[in-house]
Design a protein around this ligand. Structure first.
Ligand code: HEM
Length: 423
């Protein structure tokens, strides 16, 4: 407990460290301390004001309260000015990002148009929605991706090491690349490009690293543009064709595709890495053993998505000073909406670390108009991966520090873990 006298000297739990740099035990401890912090907001040195209380996070994600905007959701953390001032980045901007891509998803502020794009992806018949009747064959296709990746990276033998981090990224890239309709030759690059693009949103990059990230973002748009050109014809099927049939312009369709590629990979793979760490760190393997049967597997996946999502926060902006319904006051400026933290708010989840703990709807996939259209696909992808990993290596053990020597980087949005297991 932080007493009043300690407040002045207590360290804000997420002032310097980000989730991406912590093991799950440290994350558990810092989130616990966060919810004891006496203030409901914190001015982070990045310039973003952090919020973490469940009710505040939900209201700000929803962004229907006057003064709250989604317009900055996909802005790079360092701002467009720094990109413009980075000479190495400019050729990539010119090659891939001129004219500038259209807003199509998270940062599209035209509500009517956004609704049209969102409905092609989500809702009962959306492209990324997995209807109950489709679960079995979609799960089988995901399992094939899992095994294709494992076969390409590892020789199956007892005692060998499995690099869960690499496998999970390649698996998520294949799963999302296939759903979006990119040709398989592009899938390996999607993992790299979407990693760099994700970094642009949550990391303070500069110089060559910033230029490389801009290049990667550019490529996401370029391959999406090629895929929409190839797949909007009358014979075509898939996402591009659906967007066309919904009357969505090609320019917006390209952005919807690129945004989905960027959104789907490290969110899923980060969840898997952190989740496997939590499951295998338990000496009794209580949750791990539940992966043997479908209901247990679904429950464990849902819990990991609540506690250890690969995306922990998202951006919004207060255009004017705003007072939220809880009374929390937000000055005008950019916000970091910490939904990973909100998922552990004791006011909403009395015992969040309990697998059977009760509580409100976790905010992992957002809330309101922009709620994640990939939700059902991502949830199934997490279930399938965990189940397949369990079946492949039921006695897997974590191998500390194997093969991953560089420290994980500071990232305000995305979070993962370097995980190797012994077969
Ligand atoms: C564990 C995995 C995932 C997490 C935690 C996650 C989380 C989120 C969140 C929080 C938002 C809301 C953004 C906002 O309110 O502005 C969002 C939006 C979005 N997500 Fe996901 N996502 C995941 C997987 C996926 C996948 C697999 C796809 C694509 C196949 C996807 C595509 C999108 C798109 C296109 C949006 C923008 C929606 C809009 O603003 O209209 N996501 N996601």
């Amino acid at each position: 407990m932080i007493g009043e006298l300690d407040v002045a000297v207590a360290e804000f739990p997420f002032g310097e460290m980000t989730c991406n740099e912590m093991s799950f035990t440290e994350r558990d401890e810092r989130y616990r301390r966060l919810h004891e912090w006496p203030e409901p907001t914190y001015p982070h040195p990045s310039g973003l004001r952090m919020i973490w209380k469940y009710a505040d996070v939900r209201e700000v994600l929803d962004a229907t309260t006057p003064g709250l905007s989604t317009a900055n959701s996909l802005d790079p953390l360092v701002g467009f000015g720094r990109i413009a001032a980075t000479p190495r980045a400019l050729p990539h901007v010119v090659r891939h990002l001129v004219p500038p891509p259209a807003a199509a998803t998270a940062n599209l502020t035209d509500d009517q148009l956004h609704k049209r794009v969102w409905s092609t992806m989500a809702g009962p018949t959306g492209h990324f929605t997995i209807a109950p009747g489709e679960r079995t064959h979609r799960a089988a296709a995901m399992a094939e991706h899992f095994h294709a990746v494992c076969d390409s990276l590892h020789q199956p033998r007892a005692g060998a090491h499995l690099d869960v981090t690499t496998i999970s990224i390649a698996y998520a890239a294949q799963t999302v690349g296939a759903a979006v309709g990119l040709p398989p030759t592009d899938w390996p690059q999607v993992a790299v490009w979407s990693g760099a693009q994700s970094g642009l949103l949550g990391r303070a990059m500069r110089g060559r690293e910033l230029a490389d990230a801009v290049r990667a973002l550019g490529w996401l748009f370029t391959v999406s543009s090629r895929a929409t050109r190839a797949r909007r014809g009358d014979e075509a099927t898939g996402f591009a064709r659906r967007l066309r049939d919904a009357g969505i312009s090609r320019r917006i369709a390209v952005s919807a595709m690129a945004n989905s590629l960027a959104a789907g990979v490290h969110t899923v793979s980060g969840t898997l890495q952190q989740g496997v760490q939590r499951l295998l760190a338990d000496p009794e393997r209580k949750w791990w053993k539940l992966l043997t049967e479908p209901e247990g597997c679904a429950r464990v996946a849902a819990k990991l998505l609540q506690l250890d999502p690969g995306l922990v926060a998202w951006k919004r902006r207060a255009e004017t000073p705003v007072v939220l319904r809880s009374g929390t006051q937000l000055p005008a400026g950019p916000l970091l909406v910490m939904f990973g933290a909100a998922n552990r708010d004791p006011a909403a989840f009395p015992d969040c670390l309990d697998l059977h703990g009760s509580g409100k709807l976790p905010l992992t996939f957002g809330f309101g108009r922009h709620i994640c259209p990939g939700k059902s696909m991502a949830t199934l992808a997490v279930e399938v991966f965990l189940r397949q990993l369990y079946e492949l290596a039921p006695d897997a053990e974590l191998v500390p520090h194997a093969g991953h020597t560089a420290p994980r980087r500071s990232d305000l949005l995305f979070s993962g873990a370097d995980i190797t297991v012994r077969w």
